[in-house]
Design a protein around this ligand. Sequence first.
Ligand SMILES: [Zn+2]
Length: 295
Amino acid sequence: MRRTNPSTKVTSSGGDPPSATPSRRAALTPAALGLDPVLARRTHEYAAAELRRLILLRVVNPGERLPNELELAEALDVSHVTVRAALRELERDDLLEIRRGRHGGAYITGVPVLGGGASPVGALKQRADALRHALELRRLLEPEAAALAASRAAPRDLVRLRRAHKLVADREEADDSSFMAADTAFHLELARASGNPQIARSIEQVLSELAPALQALPESGAWHNRSIVEHEQIVGGVLGGDGASARDAMGTHVDSTERAIEVLLQGLIRPSSAGMARRVRPSKAPANADGSASG
Ligand SMILES: [Zn+2]
């Protein structure tokens, strides 16, 4: 019987035959595979991480009540026992309070801080590299998502996007935390309008990575106003079906935030300016705070 031997075929074009068949090759080393340690997590920890991410992204805010255990169990596709364990974990982290009685439920009380017990500034400092990587990823993703949205968004996506934009504009004078919540909601809406759930999910993740740094930025009316103007240009590009202009506008917007976070990180890393961590961007001239923009 004739059998085709794949290795003969490969070598028939010339060169030496392979020195060993696959079964005789030396085993790959773990280092060659670049394996990372697996973080063993139990189901309730995954559920808690998912809820923590929503709190971090300000999808739910302090004072608001989460859906009840059964609804959460259904949405997360886990048992209500798992949900209960997840809620207890978040309660231990002071992110929510579980109240009993007629108006009982899980009420959000706080916002997560990266780095466990470390101070917000210390946690940011520890994670400077991870934040820079997240910024790089955001710069790749969000402008392209905006361009896709310009060519694909369905009429109902456009309605939602306009509504999300209006909510941000209405909060120009609001405190930083509610402005940021609306701002994040706008970015998530735009990500969804890209019509690619994988891109939307990646943007959601990258924004939750960046949330602690965004929260640490000293905001101001001028900063809010600039964000709104930049959002307007993005929305204009998407509504007009102009992918290139939506992409450029989002690129400009992402650059502004990136510069501000970079100034924050630089301030954290230079010991002499550690005390300036929350005051790195002068409120009157946010655009020039990094010193790189022309005067
Ligand atoms: Zn924005």
